[in-house]
Design a protein around this ligand. Structure first.
Ligand code: FMN
Length: 364
């Protein structure tokens, strides 16, 4: 029987335990997307905090795929130097050999509406932001596959232990996966297999660029909207990612326009409680032979322990609790049972560097 604090190995990368810090946007990079002292401080605390794996916030792979003005970037070689310093600090600060992974994203239709020339699989307007993307040409899609792989190569050059492709939450890769946003009828859309192709080509090309470091995928298996991705097709996408060579899958749902109670970031009321996406992760786990990470609402040590010992998932990830308490995994080891986070999501709505709204700025 596996335990929460047992090690696990992903393609040769040994993690000291099963707790993952799920990607969380820092909103603290400089205007070019470079690492700042704020970003370094944030990750030093997480490195000291005892998580087995820490995943950065979504990091843009191309300028026209930027989602917010203070987002980290790996779209250019000038991003590497700051990332190197960040990774060095992280490894030097970690007391338990925790590993560091960068999440790679292109926003597609979920970029700010004033973005020059926003693109997407199909010209489907994003109703929350009002962004009106144009449909990508096939040659541009092939270039974007290479852009993801190049960004992953920069991550490896900076010293990251792993990369995670963001294929969830309605950003570009998840737009390809979804029948709601992908209306194409060519090599890149038209049926589930062709909708999965952008992701599988990215995994394949990234493997070619980065060699043996683990490639993780955060994967939407449901969009939670009428006409969107459903779990049946989502499981097929998970199997496709596994067969393409992904080393672990973190299972999530929703896009920007998804109603609150059906998305990735749910409040305390009506959310289904702790581990509100666990059932979906467990369904995926039955179909793939790589570790599956469950995320969404985990707050107590015992629930997480039970998920691992019961075999419903191989790892559990948290975002909001580690904003408030970056040292929560360590506190669990010392006897704490429940996170202080109450899922109010004030951290999600806030401005400036990410922080717990109930603690206030500068106290992360
Ligand atoms: C402030 C904030 C920023 C987030 N940024 C990202 C991100 O950059 N990439 C991502 O995949 N998910 C992001 N998420 C979603 C989380 O990774 C996670 O899937 C979700 O919050 C559910 O986990 P939790 O209940 O432990 O917070 C973010 C969530 C919050 C609250």
């Amino acid at each position: 029987m596996e335990e929460l604090f047992d090690p696990i190995t992903l393609r040769g990368m040994k993690l000291p335990n099963r707790i993952v810090r799920s990607a969380t946007s820092e909103r603290a990079a400089d205007e070019q997307g470079r690492v700042t002292l704020d970003v370094r401080e944030l990750y030093k605390k997480l490195a000291q905090g005892g998580s087995g794996l820490v995943i950065t916030g979504y990091t843009f792979i191309k300028e026209d795929g930027r989602c917010n003005p203070r987002q980290l970037g790996l779209s250019d070689d000038y991003h590497i130097e700051g990332m190197k310093a960040l990774v060095k600090d992280f490894h030097a600060s970690s007391g338990n050999g925790s590993k560091f992974c960068v999440q790679l994203v292109h926003g597609g239709r979920q970029v700010p509406p004033d973005t020059k020339n926003p693109v997407a699989p199909s010209a489907v307007k994003e109703p929350v932001l009002g962004t009106e993307p144009r449909e990508l040409f096939p040659e541009e899609i092939e270039e974007l596959v290479l852009d993801f792989a190049e960004a992953a190569r920069r991550a490896r050059d900076a010293g990251f232990d792993a990369v995670q492709i963001h294929a969830a939450h309605g950003y570009l890769v998840s737009q390809f996966l979804s029948p709601y946003t992908n209306k194409r009828d060519d090599d890149w859309g038209g049926d589930p297999m062709r909708r999965a192709r952008f992701l599988t080509e990215i995994i394949d090309r990234t493997r070619h660029e980065v060699g043996d470091i683990p490639i993780l995928v955060k994967l939407n298996v449901e969009d939670g909207i009428e006409g969107g991705l459903t779990i049946e097709e989502g499981i097929g996408h998970a199997v496709a990612a596994f067969e393409a060579g992904a080393d672990a899958l973190e299972i999530s749902v929703g896009m920007l326009q998804t109603p609150k109670g059906k998305g990735a970031v749910r409040g305390p009321e009506g959310s289904g409680g702790e581990g509100y996406l666990l059932g979906l992760a467990a369904m995926v786990k039955e179909r793939v032979k790589i570790p599956v990470i469950a995320v969404g609402g985990f707050r107590s040590r015992l629930v997480m322990q039970t998920v691992i010992s019961g075999g419903q998932a191989d790892m559990v990830a948290m975002a909001r609790p580690l904003i408030r308490e970056p040292g929560l995994p360590k506190k669990f080891l010392e006897g704490k049972e429940i996170a202080d986070c109450i899922s109010c999501s004030g951290c999600h709505k806030g401005e400036g560097p990410v922080h717990c709204a109930r603690l206030g700025k500068g106290q992360v």
